[in-house]
Design a protein around this ligand. Structure first.
Ligand SMILES: [Zn+2]
Length: 198
């Protein structure tokens, strides 16, 4: 064994995280050994609370502490406009622009035959249900500009239009293949303004 057992265990756990290789894990572990006890305990508590307190909003599918989430339960957010995104982190990207005043619907993925993901694996049925049951007038598709995002947008437009709802798609200033979460606020605001009907 390279390290004392507790260090070894932490290094192993850290290495499971995305973007953390053995060297980074080692650096973090040694940092934590030297850090004040309270800081390390606060980190441990934050990790435990993350899993025990965070859940998915039963309405929009975003991550939340309270169900329904803050956005779904806010009277100041326009319930007639829904922005459809792939992941909870995309909601954060859109919220950062401060431009969007409607509500969200998180699909939790995109249609991807290569990865065995079909429409039934995504939160599409609940989207149709919201359109049917609430007074939704516009659906803004804000999926990532890649082949799968494209295919999913077209699929959604096809099944949503018969429900009599306007379906638009955000314009992209970001290069095709880029991720929504990496687009800056200004780019994303313009993309929202420049949305086009599908
Ligand atoms: Zn919600």
């Amino acid at each position: 064994m390279l390290y004392a057992e507790p260090i070894q265990r932490l290094v192993e756990e850290l290495t499971r995280l995305p973007g953390v290789g053995p060297k980074t894990a080692q650096r973090l572990a040694y940092h934590l050994v030297k850090a004040p006890k309270e800081e390390v305990e606060a980190l441990a508590r934050a990790l435990v609370e993350l899993r025990s307190k965070i859940r998915y909003c039963s309405v929009c599918g975003n991550l939340t502490e309270a169900d329904p989430c803050r956005i779904c339960s806010s009277d100041s957010r326009d319930a007639s406009v829904l922005c459809v995104v792939e992941q909870p982190r995309d909601v954060v990207a859109m919220e950062r622009t401060g431009e969007f005043k409607g509500r969200y619907h998180v699909l939790h993925g995109v249609i991807s035959p290569a990865n065995g993901v079909g429409p039934a694996d995504l939160r599409i049925e609940s989207l149709l249900q919201r359109v049917r049951e609430q007074k939704v007038t516009e659906i803004i598709l804000a999926l990532n500009p890649n082949v799968e995002g494209e295919a999913t947008s077209l699929y959604l437009a096809r099944i949503l239009k018969p429900a009599g709802v306007k379906v638009t798609r955000i314009a992209y200033g970001v290069p095709v293949g880029g991720d929504l979460e990496y687009a800056d606020e200004v780019t994303l605001s313009r993309a929202l303004e420049g949305r086009r009907e599908l």
